[in-house]
Ligand binder design. Structure first.
Ligand code: SAH
Length: 262
């Protein structure tokens, strides 16, 4: 029987596994608004990737009394850094992109996020730039895309309001029923985003080394391969095997190169 967390502290533990990641935010006011939005729903972890201006008085002005969230916000230059440790990454997007990710409503995403947190996983919810949204290579780091069902011809919410909707759904899902904490199993958890990124780098390098591309652009095939492995969600042990396979392929390519030159 799965156990339920029976105290607030269990819920706190789960809540601490959820982080909100704002990518390339242009307006510091939106960062403040987002901080307030997550604070009102009981969350605290805010990550900022390459913000145009931060820290900034406008962010603090809009945060009302959620200053602590801004004080503790983690700023990183790259999305990869902000996702380190995350085993489930959900990307919020106003538009359907050609990345072919599973699509979730905020409500479904909230349930999925709590389930992952209850299984001991770290979860990231990522939000794009005000004008351009999340780019395809940013969405390629996600396991699913979350779309707030707005009207077709005017689908884009203000960034902080999109954060509010998602934070509200997370709070509702958390309050409705304390998420079940599964009993530990022998199953390894999925590898985190940093390990996945290291694997993608190795895979890209190997494809180069074995001259897989033959003049074609590597970007499209890498996006497809990312999609495949994001869907499979390999664990750390499986990634080690894949690294081994790639290393051997690189070694053989090097040998073949030497033989060719001899
Ligand atoms: N023109 C951009 C809109 C960016 S709005 C685009 O088409 O993507 C800034 C961010 O707010 C988005 O990147 C997304 O993370 C979030 N957002 C805005 N409206 C949303 C919606 N309807 N569903 C999900 N996320 C939304």
């Amino acid at each position: 029987m799965p156990e339920r967390p029976d105290s607030m502290s269990d819920l706190e533990t789960l809540r601490a596994r959820l982080r909100f990641v704002l990518v390339r935010t242009s307006h510091p006011g939106n960062i403040g608004g987002a901080a307030r939005a997550i604070r009102t729903m009981g969350f605290t972890r805010l990550h900022l990737v390459d913000p145009a201006r931060f820290p900034d008085p406008e962010a603090y002005a809009l945060a009302a009394s959620a200053d602590a969230v801004l004080d503790q916000a983690v700023v990183s230059p790259q999305l990869t850094d902000a996702l380190t440790g995350s085993q489930l990454v959900l990307g919020l997007s106003a538009r359907r992109r050609d990345v072919h990710l599973p699509e979730l409503t905020p409500e479904q995403a909230a349930t999925k996020a709590w389930q992952a947190a209850a299984a001991g996983q770290e979860v990231s919810l990522i939000f794009g730039n005000e004008r351009t949204g999340l780019e395809n290579d940013e969405l390629a780091r996600c396991h699913a895309m979350v779309m707030i069902p707005s009207v077709e011809d005017y689908s884009s919410l203000n960034l902080a309001q999109a954060v509010q909707v998602m934070a509200y759904e997370l709070r509702k899902a958390g309050l409705a029923e304390a998420p079940a904490v599964p009993t530990p199993t022998d199953e390894e958890p999925p590898a985190d985003a940093a390990l996945m990124e290291r694997f993608y780098q190795h895979l890209a390098q190997t494809l180069d080394d074995i001259e897989f591309h033959k003049g074609r652009a590597p970007e499209t095939i890498m996006l497809r391969l990312r999609r495949l492995f994001q869907r499979a969600r390999p664990d750390a042990r499986e990634l080690r095997i894949l690294h081994g396979v790639l290393a051997d392929a690189q070694r053989m390519a090097q040998l073949a190169g030497k033989a060719g030159n001899a």
